[in-house]
Design a binder for this molecule. Structure first.
Ligand SMILES: Cc1cc2nc3c(=O)[nH]c(=O)nc-3n(C[C@H](O)[C@H](O)[C@H](O)COP(=O)(O)OP(=O)(O)OC[C@H]3O[C@@H](n4cnc5c(N)ncnc54)[C@H](O)[C@@H]3O)c2cc1C
Length: 561
């Protein structure tokens, strides 16, 4: 099969033995949707196993998250040497990160480098958005298409469908009254223009103070005339202490990169082996020792603060000690006591993803920056010239929506996905995203989701999580092909047990004690169900057992006669 993208790239899918049995058989072993890190690596691994694969990507470039999120200050919250592929030693030896925490342009360049280095572009159709896919029971394959639109309604028949569409790829755009009346510029952090945005001298409002908001606010504050920050929920931000990559550290890691990766894979979140969590309680030391240990990790920066003691994520009383440590940092950093009080979060620390910042709190000492606490002054409406919150009009030239994502399910539920008997995913997931192993859904044979609900990606260094899931999927597809299996589908019992397991694990932590996107709580009307699984190593072990034991929890069917 040979297809041509709207950019002129040619995708040539080599014919594998599994798809030549009859003319009614699908032309592809797998169709991969999305060309972020997950889709790129899925293509590479599929090819390595002789599987006939094609990637379709809605954007005009590879890179996913780092293509779409070009907002000022966008960068990783996991150190660059960890947030990168480990599957190819030459790649990790050759690539040199410039900063401890890489910024968006460098991450996008890295994604492009991977695409070129492994000759992936020949298997990717850009500007091609999947609109739906229907399971064809007779042919045991997916019929997937782009529907109407600029790409001309192309369709493909693929034995398997891999949704590498990203856990955070559909921006949340709250329906603020009157937003369309606003005459100034409206930008969403996750759909930032490619051209630089010049805010010089402007009155800019930023709505939202999660990771994207924190990074944007800190970066644009010195550039704008007046910055008004509209905060719904205060965030915990820990210092990145970002800077040029330490050459001694780089040499140390590169001297044994495979060993470093392996040690990281054994960490709960797939990263952090350079400074592992302490294995004792916050209550096993004196108050002075505790403070000094928190301080030590604060000075190192990043997520390591949450590893100061082993009970911060499981014991609310221990968690409160860490939360108060950060709140004291906020009070010390912010001169105006009322602003400092409004910036102090009240939810458990770590319950929402920590922000890793560069001077966020001190930004509020600038004379041109003002905080509006939406808890006491909610947004009432937008006007042609600004917005009204708590009865006060805020004149604005530009508005930045840093309002996050319809996480984990939003992208999938916007597709017309229909499984066995025409079952719509929207109906299947009416009460929440049921799944087995975070990979498969009952009623949707041969469909795999990467970094979706029920998997560990949201709590993990996502690249490590992607590498694991992609390898599992690729190995599974090769096994099935070799065994003459045409379809694989999770069983209802396994699905029910898996969802219960994810909730049991979450119930042992503080993660249920706040309104986070992990629970779907940031989207009005979204069913509340705790979506991500905590604990990467146990997940890896479970997936390996399933493979080694011949896929318990799945039903496998041979090719129909
Ligand atoms: C701003 C930001 C910062 C982040 N920082 C970190 C971090 O520091 N550490 C970490 O571990 N994780 C981080 N994440 C999580 C991040 O999502 C992952 O790190 C990673 O980039 C996800 O890769 P992916 O390939 O799974 O998905 P994505 O990179 O989101 O790629 C999905 C691709 O699918 C495409 N797509 C979606 N729907 C369709 C469709 N219907 N048809 C065709 N194409 C489609 C999209 O255009 C996109 O290109 C961050 C996320 C964001 C938004």
């Amino acid at each position: 099969m040979s297809t041509t993208s709207t950019t002129g790239a040619t995708a040539t899918a080599t014919t594998s033995t599994s798809t030549t049995a009859s003319t009614s058989q699908p032309e592809l072993d797998l169709l991969i949707v999305g060309a972020g890190f997950a889709g790129l690596y899925m293509l590479h691994q599929a090819r390595a196993r002789g599987l006939n694969a094609l990637v379709i990507e809605a954007a005009d470039s590879v890179g996913g998250t780092w293509y779409h999120n070009r907002y000022p200050g966008a960068r990783v919250d996991i150190q660059s040497m960890e947030y990168s592929f480990g599957f190819d030693d030459a790649l990790q030896q050759d690539w040199c990160w410039t900063e401890r925490y890489a910024a968006q342009p460098e991450l996008l360049a890295y994604a492009n480098h991977v695409a070129d280095r492994f000759d992936l572009r020949s298997g990717i159709l850009l500007n091609t958005r999947l609109t739906g896919a229907h399971w064809d029971e007779a042919a045991q394959c997916w019929q997937a298409g782009t529907g109407t639109g600029t790409s001309g309604g192309r369709t493909w028949r693929a034995r398997h469908l891999v949704l590498a569409t990203g856990p955070l790829s559909t921006p949340s755009e709250p329906d603020f009254p009157g937003l369309s009346d606003f005459k100034g510029q409206v930008l969403h952090t996750a759909r930032w223009p490619k051209e630089p945005v010049d805010f010089s001298g402007q009155r800019v409002g930023v709505i939202g103070t999660g990771s994207s908001g924190v990074q944007t606010i800190t970066t644009i504050a010195p550039q704008v005339g007046q910055l008004t920050v509209f905060q719904r929920t205060a965030s915990y931000a820990v210092p990145a202490h970002n800077g040029p990559l330490d050459v001694a550290l780089e040499a140390q890691v590169k001297a044994d990169y495979p060993g470093f990766r392996e040690r990281n894979r054994r960490m709960m979140g797939g990263f952090g082996s350079l400074l592992p969590p302490n294995n004792f309680s916050a209550f096993s030391v004196s108050a002075e020792q505790r403070e000094s240990m928190f301080e030590g990790r604060w000075q190192i920066g990043g997520f390591v603060l949450l590893g100061t003691f082993n009970d911060l994520i499981v014991n609310p009383a221990a968690n409160e000690l860490a939360g108060e440590f950060v709140r004291n940092k906020i009070r010390a950093a912010v001169h105006d006591p009322a602003t400092a009080a409004a910036l102090c979060p009240s939810h458990p620390i770590g319950c929402k993803r920590l922000c890793v910042d560069t001077g966020y709190y001190a930004t509020f000492n600038r004379p041109n920056v003002r905080l509006v606490d939406l808890q006491t002054a909610p947004i009432e409406r937008f006007t042609a010239t600004g917005l009204v919150a708590g009865g006060e009009e805020h004149p604005l030239d530009a508005i930045v929506l840093a309002t996050g994502f319809d996480a984990m399910t939003g992208t999938l539920l916007r597709l017309d996905l229909r499984g066995r008997g025409g079952l719509a995913l929207q109906d299947k997931w009416q009460a929440g995203p049921l799944n087995y192993l975070g990979l498969c859904v009952v009623g949707f044979p041969n469909l795999f989701n990467i970094s979706g609900p029920g998997a560990t990606a949201a709590f993990t260094n996502v690249i490590v999580a992607i590498e694991h899931q992609v390898q599992w999927i690729a190995d599974t597809l090769r096994d099935l092909r070799d065994r003459g299996v045409a379809s694989i589908e999770a069983t209802p019992e396994a699905e029910t047990a898996w969802v219960a397991h994810v909730n049991t694990v979450a119930g042992r932590t503080i993660y249920l004690n706040c309104n986070s996107w992990y629970l779907g709580a940031n989207i009005p009307g979204k069913p509340r169900m705790f979506m991500p699984l905590f604990g990467f190593p146990a997940y890896v072990q479970k997936c390996a057992e399933v493979q080694q034991q011949g896929y318990p929890g799945f039903s496998l069917a041979p090719l129909h006669a």
